[in-house]
Design a protein around this ligand. Structure first.
Ligand code: NAP
Length: 291
């Protein structure tokens, strides 16, 4: 597959005016020159004062498909984006800003090599990313938080085996029991927070808060996103639209999969558009949800 966005800058097409400084704390701002080369302007995320801020990042096809189906190997976000280098760049910048990256077990199970750090997806920029995090007084890498009801996770997965990446598995008591006998390394901690079948978004928020994080990046998948969306805990959505029509029933492969309706029959949650960028044919949209 050709990488149609290799090396392209994420050109700013439109940005909403910034909010007054005294209302919010901020993460980000000007970035080291090596990162700014492909991202003209600044990347800044407002931080809440009452709870950790949660932003989500997804890539969607133009017909609204974000996942190619459960249990399929090689069916990750890469297949949706066409392995877009510009999309990986955006993802790296967001990971560079985050204290924690939160993923569902289903997302972890797609492949075994993923590590949820910025340097992992843009290794050539590892030095600039490290410098930027140090400037912001952040730890070397974000903590990975994996959410799982079953605890059916592979200890050999690369995401558990980077010694400088702490991992917390937020799981149910059954999940914790299942994991207890598996050979996880000392960087992996199990947080038993759920009921028998499920980790409620509020309990996940407390796990995030317990790390001291002010900014969490949720990288999906759809089920986990649905859970935190329903609890109104998503503050912003960074959505890449890839120029691909997948052409299949998107009702079971779309953003935010939950049982029943999320906000009540016939109702949705509106957001305001705060930024539009493009890299070739990829579109980068940023939406902000009011509390
Ligand atoms: N387009 C994109 O940007 C993007 C981003 C991420 C993922 N994806 C794709 O999405 C697909 C996976 O979809 P998915 O919806 O199954 O992903 P998911 O939300 O990552 O995984 C679902 C699994 O995560 C655990 N989980 C999620 N929420 C939970 C909760 N509240 N409490 C307890 N456990 C919870 C459960 O794990 P257990 O089964 O262990 O109980 C559940 O079966 C993959 O194909 C992936 O590539 C696409």
């Amino acid at each position: 597959m050709t990488d149609r966005s290799e090396g392209l800058p994420l050109e700013a097409l439109w940005e909403a005016p910034e909010r007054p400084f005294d209302l919010v704390d901020r993460r980000g701002g000007a970035m080291p020159a090596a990162l700014a080369e492909r991202f003209p302007g600044e990347l800044t995320i407002d931080l809440g004062r009452e709870r950790p801020t949660i932003v989500a990042n997804f890539v969607s096809s133009v017909d609204g498909v974000v996942a190619l189906g459960p249990g399929k190997p090689n069916a990750g976000g890469g297949e949706i984006s066409g392995f877009s280098d510009a999309d990986r760049y955006m993802m790296a910048l967001l990971r560079a800003l985050a204290d924690v990256v939160v993923i569902g077990a289903g997302t972890m199970r797609v492949g075994r090599r993923q590590v949820w750090t910025a340097a992992h997806i843009q290794p050539a920029l590892a030095g600039a990313i490290a410098a930027w995090r140090a400037e912001m007084w952040l730890t070397d890498n974000p903590i990975t938080i994996v959410v799982s009801a079953s605890g059916n996770l592979d200890p050999a997965h690369a995401g558990f085996n980077a010694p400088d990446v702490p991992v917390i598995v937020a799981t149910t008591s059954a999940g914790a029991e299942r994991m207890a006998n598996l050979p996880f390394g000392p960087n992996v901690r199990i947080a038993t927070v759920g009921n028998e079948t499920h980790v409620p978004a509020g309990a996940l928020l407390e796990v995030i808060r317990g790390t001291g994080a002010r900014l969490a990046l949720c990288e999906g998948g759809p089920h986990l996103f649905g859970e935190i969306l329903r609890a109104r805990l998503v503050d912003e959505l960074f959505l890449t639209v890839a120029p691909q029509v997948i052409g299949r029933d998107s009702s079971t492969h779309r953003l935010g999969l939950v049982e029943g309706t999320v906000f009540g029959e016939g109702r949705g949650r509106w957001a305001s558009l705060s930024s539009i960028r493009r890299a070739g044919d990829d579109l980068f949209l940023r939406y902000r949800f009011e509390p």
